[in-house]
Every structure is written in structure tokens, then in C-alpha cells.
Design a protein around this ligand. Sequence first.
Ligand SMILES: Nc1ncnc2c1ncn2[C@@H]1O[C@H](COP(=O)(O)OP(=O)(O)O)[C@@H](O)[C@H]1O
Ligand SMILES: [Mg+2]
Length: 269
Amino acid sequence: MMLKRLNNADGVFSSPMSKAQNGAREPAAFDAGRHRGKRVDLNDLHLSYGDRHVLRGLNLAIPAGQFLAVVGRSGVGKSSLMRLIVGLDKPTNGNISIDGSVVQGLQKSVKLLFQDARLLPWQTVLSNVGIARAPGWRDAAMNALRDVGLAERNNEWPAVLSGGQRQRVALARVLVGEPNVLLLDEPFGALDALTRADMHTLLEKLWLRDRFTTVLITHDVAEAVALADRVVVMREGRVTFDVDVKAERPRQRTDVELVALQERILREV
Ligand SMILES: Nc1ncnc2c1ncn2[C@@H]1O[C@H](COP(=O)(O)OP(=O)(O)O)[C@@H](O)[C@H]1O
Ligand SMILES: [Mg+2]
């Protein structure tokens, strides 16, 4: 694993903790033709709400298809950062580019999933997934429901689903548009541990197949190191810690290196 410390006043690079583990296995479903991640660059981002400075010169380059996890204390500006990337808000200074094009206004190529599923209760599961109603939306929505294992529930109402199933419908809804960049803002925080583990498996499977660039915000450092290629810590409006996670997939949560890495990250949060 490679550890580097950034932007800190005491910012010397940490020494490597352990031997590198390269060569993550590709799954059976590997299909390079489907890969659609785009590169995301966050360039000297500043964001203020009135005289409250939330982001203070945040820089981060996210390669196409990377699975990045962002951890940081509550209020550090993680959700605000997601709103900037999707184009819902504008930075006070600096810019974001996606495959080199500066973000201006809402980005179709970027989709955002929240902790609560936000389904429309008066629409069926299928209609919730196909909400954008593009031509061919029914087939696309059914395919997305199949991907999340809920095709047979397409005609039901959200109210009869469990919390985990509703979140899978919400995942299908963001994936139906084949996003190039998927932003997940604490998406599994409200789920029980077993349902959360199922969601991890599902998300990893879909990401391995399609390689949309993924930014996962999480409080759960174990979740971050289990899923991500790279974990960054946000502090005081910047990225202050940045580490690659090179353990093979599927990962064992009890892997001693991952557990040690978790502890390392927690010290930086
Ligand atoms: N629309 C807003 N207007 C004013 N302050 C805001 C707004 N959105 C967020 N904030 C403030 O910005 C800071 C960062 O919020 P947020 O991005 O939600 O943090 P996080 O997701 O890391 O918990 C917090 O202090 C929050 O109160
Ligand atoms: Mg938040």
C-alpha cells in the first residue's frame, strides 16, 4: 500500500506500511467495452456560505474509473463537494473538470445517490427507475432493476419494499442513465449491517463491470477500505490524507493490512 500525506503543515510523506499488493483480479464479468468512467479534476476549490469558508483550496485528481472513498468529519464539506461536482452549486473559486471540460451547470454524466432513497410513493418501482422517461425507458429501467436484483418487483409500490430494497431501487434509478461518474453520499448509512454488506457486494460487482468513476462518501472507514481503490481524508476544507488501497478483490474485511490501514486513516480524520 502506498501512503502519502498532503497539504499538512507537518506534511512529510508517511513511510509505506506494508508491501504493495498489485494485480487485483478481474471478475468473470469483466468487459472492457462497457467501461465508461470519466476523469474528474477538482482544481483549487473554494466554497463559502457567507463568511463560512467550507472548502479552502481543495485539489484532487480522480482518474477515470477509479473507486474513491472520501472520509471526513461531519460538517467538513463532503456533501457540498458532491453538489459542486454534479453542478448543482458553483464554487466560490476554482473549478471542476470532467474529462477536461469545466463543469458549468447540471451534469448529465454525473449522478448522485443519497442516504435516503427519495422514491416517489405514488409511482411504481419501474416508474421510479425510469423517471427521466427517455425513449426506451421501460427496457432501460427493467435492465437496471435486473442489475440490482429487483426485476420481479417492478410493478410494486415503494411502500411495500424494505429499506435495503428501496435503496437498491434508488441505485437502479441513478444507474439507468449510465452515468460516467457516480457520487454516493453516505448511501448505506441507514441500513442494517447485513443489508449494507449485500449493497457493498452489489455495488462492487456493478462497478467492476462498468467502471463508472465512483466517489463514495462514508463515515465507515471499514467500508471505505473494503470497497475503494483509494481513500482520501477531508479536513479543514482540503484533502489532507490520500492513500491507495491495493488489496485484492474480493477483499476480506479481517485482512490484517486492511485493519491496520483503517486505524491509520482513523488517526487522520
Ligand atoms: N446551503 C447552505 N447554506 C449555508 N451553509 C451550508 C449550506 N450547506 C452546507 N452548509 C454548511 O457547510 C458546512 C459543510 O456542510 P456539508 O457539506 O453538508 O458537510 P458534510 O457533508 O461533510 O457533513 C456545514 O457547516 C454546513 O452547515
Ligand atoms: Mg454530508
